[in-house]
Write a protein that binds this ligand. Sequence first.
Ligand SMILES: [Zn+2]
Length: 119
Amino acid sequence: MKPYKNKINRIRSFALALIFIGFVIMYLGIFFRSNQLVMLIFMLLGVVAIIASTAVYAWIGLLSTKAVQVVCPNCGKYTKVLGRVDMCMYCREPLTLDPNLEGKEFDEDYNRKASMEKK
Ligand SMILES: [Zn+2]
């Protein structure tokens, strides 16, 4: 079984990773002190990664307002569902907003298929 995660949580960890990547790139730039141009490029890349992560955080905020808040039937906590199928943020219980998919095995492809049909 694939390691599924709640989408909002997954994007959030991606944004967090971007910040770390940005700092690592900037840190690497220090090793090229002798070459100012290379150091500058590293610094710029690091700043870009951090700006990108800020943008991703803003995107999460936007997605959160679109996500549907539901009470997880398994753990009873409030969680947010994005798309047709998603997972509980706390216990990874598969959740769906589409009654046709209820009881079916959790498959993230339902989201992809739904988006493909629209095109
Ligand atoms: Zn839950």
